[in-house]
Design a binder for this molecule. Structure first.
Ligand SMILES: [Zn+2]
Length: 185
């Protein structure tokens, strides 16, 4: 036979039938009726740390600033900031502010809202690479004051911030990124 003793005793594979198991089998319905259950809503209070780099990044957003980390070894400016360089495998070096202007790297025009309902006025989302950071360093965000005709890859944009009293330390402290206006740099 060559099987473990326990498998043979319990019936094993094809011979495994409910009759051979001890106890009484319950249907799903019986399970909910017969098995004791307790409903309990715990008053759980919790907090967690976003980590050193992300915590500082979020705090700076509340002040209307974008902050990055430099890596002395590969001479890159990492945005969003991180404490460890994924290219050099070493700790990053210094905090540095970057601009709230940038360039659209990629975008998507959505005619569905968050509940997948059809909408007239589309939502524009995509990745903006931020001025002052190394190339292709940026964040995913909303774009505004654009149309399906005017939005394009390479479009220069600027962050539209929530008013200071409404900022909470979230990426949504930026409402969206709009095209740079004439004379803006
Ligand atoms: Zn590096």
């Amino acid at each position: 036979m060559g099987r473990p003793h326990a498998v043979q005793r319990r019936g094993g594979d094809a011979r495994m039938t409910p009759e051979k198991w001890p106890g009484v089998e319950l249907s799903a319905k019986e399970f909910y009726e017969k098995v004791t259950s307790v409903k309990f809503r715990p008053e759980a209070k919790f907090a967690w740390s976003a980590g050193e780099a992300m915590s500082r990044f979020l705090a700076e957003l509340q002040d209307g600033r974008l902050i990055a980390r430099t890596c002395r070894t590969c001479k890159r400016i990492l945005f969003p900031p991180r404490m460890f360089c994924e290219e050099c495998f070493r700790p990053t070096s210094e905090w540095v502010y970057v601009k709230d202007t940038g360039t659209i790297e990629t975008y998507s025009i959505s005619y569905l809202d968050l509940d997948a309902r059809r909408i007239e006025e589309p939502i524009y989302v995509g990745v903006v690479s931020v001025d002052g950071a190394s190339p292709k360093m940026g964040m995913m965000h909303y774009f505004g004051e654009v149309t399906p005709e005017t939005i394009k890859i390479g479009l220069r944009v600027k962050a539209v911030w929530e008013p200071p009293e409404k900022r909470v330390g979230s990426v949504r402290d930026i409402r969206y990124w709009r095209p740079l206006r004439e004379g803006e740099r």
